[in-house]
Design a protein around this ligand. Structure first.
Ligand code: GAL
Length: 814
C-alpha cells in the first residue's frame, strides 16, 4: 500500500529527485493487442490505444474459445502479442543521478525501449528485471515502450496470462547507490538469547572515487532501532563494491509460523552530512534444518510441513493479482491448516512472498517446470480421446541460453525472505529420466549455491529410481519426491543420511467440481462421461469419493517424521490444465477450494487433520428429490473422537474415528427429506460441535456475505462477497443455478465475478453470474476514495439483497 501512496505523490510532482525509494508507475499506460509497426519509436501515435492501469492481463478478458491455440492447458483463452507505452517526465536534477525501471513480471518475452532505444529482451515471464534508463533520458517527456510476445502456443501446461501483469517501479538515485537486490542478510547463528546477523551490502559508484559511511540499522517491528553497525568505506570510480558487517542481536524475536516476527535492515550510505542513498530490506531471524530422522526443524522445534502447491492466478482476476487477492488465498489456506506453499512451478510475485513472510508461511520457491526440453503434455479432446501436444515453451526455446541468469535472478531477488526455506530447481523434468538429468541438476545446484547456501535445494522428482541410479538425489540438499512416497520410505532405509520432502502429492479431492455428487456406482462413470467427457475417469475416480490417495499420504507423513511433510496438488483450483476433461472445462479440478476460493469437501479433510478446533464436516447435501428411500452414502471428516448422525430425530449410530484405518467415517442412510444433524463428541460422549444440513425448498432469496466489510480506500483493496441462493427459511439451496445480477453504488467497482464451475464460459468481468451449486462470488475493489460501497444482488423470482462495504482503513492482522 506504501507504493500506492508513492505513486500518488509521483503523479503530483512528477518523479522525485533522489529518493532511493521505489516509485510505482502502474497508472496511465497505453495498450493495444496485436503487433504494431514502429510502436517503440518516440513519435508513434498511440492516441487510439486503450488506457490501462497495471497490473494488466489481457488473456483473462477472453472470450473462451476452442479455437484458441492455448488449448485446454491455457484455459482456451487468447494470448498473442501486445504493446504498452507510457510517458515519463524527468527533471534536469534527476538526470544528475540515475533512473532505473523495474518490471516485476511480464508474461512473456518482453522487449523494452526508452525513447526508441532498445534496452533489452527478457523471455522468462516470471522474473523481475530492471533497466538503467539514465543514458537515454532527456529532461521533459520520455517514452517507454514494451512489446510482449506470448504468441508461441501452446506455451505452457497451465494458464499463464499475458501482459505486464505485475507492478512496474522506477528507482531514482544519486550516482552512489545500493543497486537492485543489493543486500543479503543471513542469520548463521540463532538462539533465543542471541543471533548473529550477517549483512552483505553492494554499493555502486558511478562517480569519482569517494569515501562514504555505510550504516546498517536493524529496526524491529515497533520501529525501534535495536542495533546499528557503521563502517567507513572507500568506493573506487565507476565500480560496484561489496561490504560485510557482522551484527549481534540480543534476544532476537524469532520468525516462525505462529509468530512471524520481522525486522527491517535500513542501509544508509552517506558522505559527511549528506545522505547519498537509503535502502530497506525486510528479513527474519530463524534457523531451519532438515534432519534425516526427525524431519523439519524450525528454530530447533519439529514442525510437519503441511503444504499446498499454488499456481499464481487468482481465478477471475487472472494473473493481474491485487495484493489482497493473494492475502485472501493465504488466509484460506491457513484456515485449512496449511503452513507451507510451493510456488508451482515458477518464481512468485514479490508481493506474494512479502505476504508469506508476514503470515508465517514456509515457502518452496520453484524456478523451472522444464529444462532444455519442452514438455509434451496430454490434452483431452472433445470426443473423449486424448492427444499429445508439444509445447512451444521456455524449456525448448530459452532454457539453454537463459537458465543461469534466470535462476540467479530468482535467488538474488528473494534470498532475504525468511519464509523461503527451500529452492526447487525443477518439477517433473523430462531429463531426470536419463543420465542427462543428473548433469543439468548438478549444474543448477552449482549456479544456485553461488547466490545462497542458507536454504535447502530440492527438485520435484517423479522418477526416484532413476534419480537414485544417476546420482541426481546425491547432489540435492533435500530429496524431493513427487507422488512417490512409497519410494521415499524405502529410500530412507537405503540412504540413512538423506533428508526428504514430498514435493507434490494428490490432494484429497475427487475429480468433480465443488458440490457435485454422483454416487450411483453402476452408472457414475457413464454420468460423468456425459458431462465431462474423458476415457480416464474410472482410473481417477476411486471408489467411495476417491479420498484414498490423500489419506494414505497424510498417514505416511504422520507416521514417518523423516519425510518432513508434503505439498498437496493443489490448494486452489487454477485456470487451464483441465485434466482429465476437455472443453467445456476451462479450469482445473484439483483444488481443495474452487476457483473463487469456496471450500470443496476435500478442504475439510485437511482441516480435520491439520487443525485442532473441533469440527465435523459431512457430505453430500440433503436434497435428493426422487431418491426417497434410496441409500445415500454419507461421509464425514472430523477431528472429534466420536460422531453421531441423526436424521429427522432418528439416530444412525455413533462411529469412532479410532475404529477405522481410514481418516473418514461412512454411513449408508436411506434418504428422507428433512434435517441431518452430525454431532462431534469427545471420548466421554460430550458434544463438542455439530453440523446441520437441511433439505432446502425452492430458491427464494439471495444472501450476501463479505470477507471484509471494511476495506482500504486505496484503489487496490478488495472485498470478496459470497452470494448464496437460499430457500424461504434461509437454507442454502445446494443445487441452485439462478442467474444473479449485480449493481454497485459508491466508492467501489466490480472487478471480477465467478462461481467455481470449471465449465462456465461467462466472462469474469461482468455484472452478472449464474450460481453454481448454490453459490457465486463477486469481487469488489475500492475506487480510491473514502466512503461506502453498496452492492445489490437481484435474481428472477428471488428476494434481492444488499450489502454495504466501507472504504476507509481496513483492519487486518497476520
Ligand atoms: C503433476 C504436475 C503438476 C500437475 C499435476 C496434475 O504431475 O507436477 O504440474 O500437472 O501433475 O495431476
Amino acid at each position: 500500500m506504501r507504493q500506492v501512496f508513492l505513486a500518488f505523490l509521483a503523479a503530483l510532482i512528477s518523479l522525485p529527485a533522489f529518493s532511493g525509494d521505489k516509485i510505482n508507475i502502474n497508472n496511465g499506460w497505453r495498450f493495444i493487442r496485436g503487433d504494431q509497426y514502429s510502436a517503440h519509436a518516440i513519435h508513434f501515435d498511440d492516441c487510439a490505444w486503450q488506457t490501462v492501469r497495471l497490473p494488466h492481463d489481457w488473456s483473462i478478458l477472453g472470450p473462451f474459445s476452442q479455437d484458441e491455440p492455448t488449448l485446454s492447458r491455457g484455459a482456451y483463452l487468447p494470448t498473442g502479442i501486445g504493446w504498452y507505452r507510457k510517458n515519463l517526465n524527468v527533471t534536469k536534477r534527476q538526470l544528475e543521478g540515475k533512473v532505473f525501471v523495474e518490471f516485476e513480471g511480464v508474461y512473456m518475452n518482453s522487449t523494452v525501449w526508452i525513447n526508441g532505444q532498445k534496452l533489452g529482451q527478457r523471455p522468462n515471464g516470471y522474473l523481475t528485471f530492471e533497466y538503467d534508463l539514465t543514458p537515454y533520458l532527456k529532461a521533459g517527456e520520455n517514452t517507454l515502450a514494451v512489446r510482449v510476445d506470448n504468441s508461441a502456443q501452446p506455451g505452457s501446461r497451465w494458464y499463464t496470462g499475458s501482459g505486464i501483469y505485475r507492478d512496474v517501479n522506477l528507482k531514482v538515485t544519486g550516482k552512489t547507490y545500493v543497486p537492485q537486490w543489493g543486500t543479503y542478510v543471513t542469520t548463521p547463528y540463532v538462539s533465543e538469547a542471541m543471533a548473529r546477523v550477517c549483512v552483505e551490502t553492494k554499493i555502486a559508484n558511478a562517480d569519482a572515487t569517494k569515501n562514504v559511511t555505510l550504516v546498517s540499522q536493524i529496526i524491529d517491528a515497533s520501529g525501534k532501532t535495536v542495533e546499528t553497525s557503521t563502517k567507513t568505506v572507500s568506493l573506487p570510480t565507476d565500480s560496484t563494491s561489496l561490504f560485510t558487517q557482522d551484527i549481534s542481536l540480543d534476544q532476537p524475536k524469532l520468525w516462525d509460523t505462529k509468530n512471524p516476527n520481522l525486522y527491517t535492515l535500513r542501509t544508509v550510505v552517506s558522505q559527511g552530512r549528506k545522505t547519498l542513498d537509503t535502502y530497506e530490506t525486510t528479513f527474519g531471524v530463524r534457523d531451519i534444518r532438515f534432519d534425516p530422522n526427525k524431519g523439519f526443524l524450525l528454530n530447533g522445534k519439529h514442525e510437519i510441513i503441511k503444504g499446498v502447491c499454488l499456481h499464481q492466478d487468482a481465478g477471475p482476476l487472472g494473473v493481474a493479482v491485487p495484493e489482497r487477492a493473494f492475502e485472501r488465498q493465504i488466509e484460506i489456506m491457513k484456515a485449512m491448516g496449511a503452513n507451507a506453499i510451493r510456488t508451482a512451478h515458477n518464481p512468485a510475485s514479490p508481493a506474494f512472498l512479502d505476504l508469506c513472510d508476514k503470515h508465517g508461511i514456509l515457502v518452496m520457491e520453484e524456478s523451472f517446470d522444464e529444462w532444455s526440453s519442452s514438455k509434451a503434455p496430454q490434452v483431452f479432446t472433445t470426443e473423449g480421446g486424448r492427444k499429445t501436444v508439444k509445447l512451444q515453451s521456455y524449456g525448448g526455446l530459452y532454457f539453454d541460453e537463459w537458465h543461469e541468469r534466470d535462476l540467479t535472478d530468482m535467488v538474488l531477488r528473494d534470498r532475504n525472505h525468511p519464509s523461503i526455506i527451500m529452492w526447487s530447481i525443477g518439477n517433473e523434468i523430462n531429463e531426470i529420466w536419463g543420465p542427462k538429468g543428473a548433469v543439468i541438476n548438478r549444474e543448477l545446484v552449482k549456479i544456485l549455491k553461488k547466490s545462497d547456501t542458507t536454504r535447502y535445494i530440492t527438485n520435484g522428482i517423479l522418477g526416484p529410481s532413476q534419480a537414485n541410479r544417476y546420482g541426481t538425489y546425491a547432489d540435492l540438499d533435500l530429496a524431493g519426491y513427487n507422488y512417490r512416497m512409497d519410494n521415499a520410505i524405502k529410500d530412507h532405509y537405503t540412504y540413512p543420511d538423506r533428508v526428504f520432502i514430498g514435493t507434490e502429492n494428490r490432494s484429497a479431492v475427487v475429480m468433480l467440481p465443488r458440490g457435485e455428487y454422483i454416487f450411483d456406482q453402476d452408472t457414475y462413470e457413464h454420468k460423468i462421461f456425459e458431462k465431462y467427457p474423458s476415457k480416464d475417469i474410472q482410473k481417477l475416480f476411486n471408489k467411495r469419493m476417491g479420498y484414498a490417495q490423500g489419506e494414505r499420504v497424510w498417514k505416511q507423513v504422520k507416521e514417518n517424521p523423516f519425510l518432513s511433510g508434503f505439498f498437496i496438488w493443489t490448494g486452489f483450483d487454477y485456470l487451464g490444465e483441465t485434466v482429465p476433461y476437455s472443453w467445456p472445462s476451462r479450469s482445473s479440478y484439483f483444488g481443495a477450494v474452487d476457483l473463487v476460493g469456496l471450500p470443496k469437501d476435500g478442504y475439510h479433510f485437511y482441516r480435520a487433520q491439520w487443525k485442532d478446533e473441533p469440527m465435523v464436516h459431512a457430505f453430500p447435501h440433503w436434497n435428493w428429490e426422487g431418491k426417497e428411500g434410496e441409500i445415500i452414502p454419507l461421509t464425514c471428516f472430523t477431528n472429534c473422537d466420536v460422531v453421531e448422525v441423526i436424521v429427522n430425530g432418528k439416530s444412525y449410530g455413533e462411529k469412532a474415528t479410532r475404529s477405522t484405518m481410514d481418516l473418514h467415517l461412512n454411513w449408508d442412510i436411506p434418504y428422507t427429506p428433512g434435517e441431518l444433524k452430525i454431532i462431534g463428541k469427545n471420548k466421554k460422549g460430550e458434544k463438542l460441535t455439530e453440523q446441520i444440513i437441511c433439505t432446502a425448498s425452492a430458491p427464494s432469496q439471495i444472501a450476501l456475505e463479505a470477507d471484509q466489510t471494511v476495506i482500504d480506500a486505496d484503489g487496490q483493496d478488495l472485498s470478496y462477497v459470497t452470494v448464496s441462493i437460499c430457500d424461504k427459511d434461509g437454507n442454502l439451496v445446494p443445487t441452485a443455478s439462478d442467474e444473479i445480477n449485480f449493481t454497485v453504488k459508491g466508492q467501489g467497482k466490480i472487478i471480477g465475478v465467478g462461481n467455481g464451475d470449471p465449465t462456465d464460459h461467462g466472462s469474469f468481468q461482468a455484472n452478472n453470474r449464474k450460481a453454481f451449486n448454490g453459490y457465486a462470488m463477486v469481487i469488489i475493489q475500492s475506487d480510491g476514495k473514502t466512503g461506502s460501497i453498496k452492492l445489490k444482488a437481484t435474481g428472477k423470482g428471488l428476494k434481492s439483497s444488499e450489502i454495504i462495504i466501507q472504504a476507509g482503513k481496513a483492519k487486518r492482522g497476520a
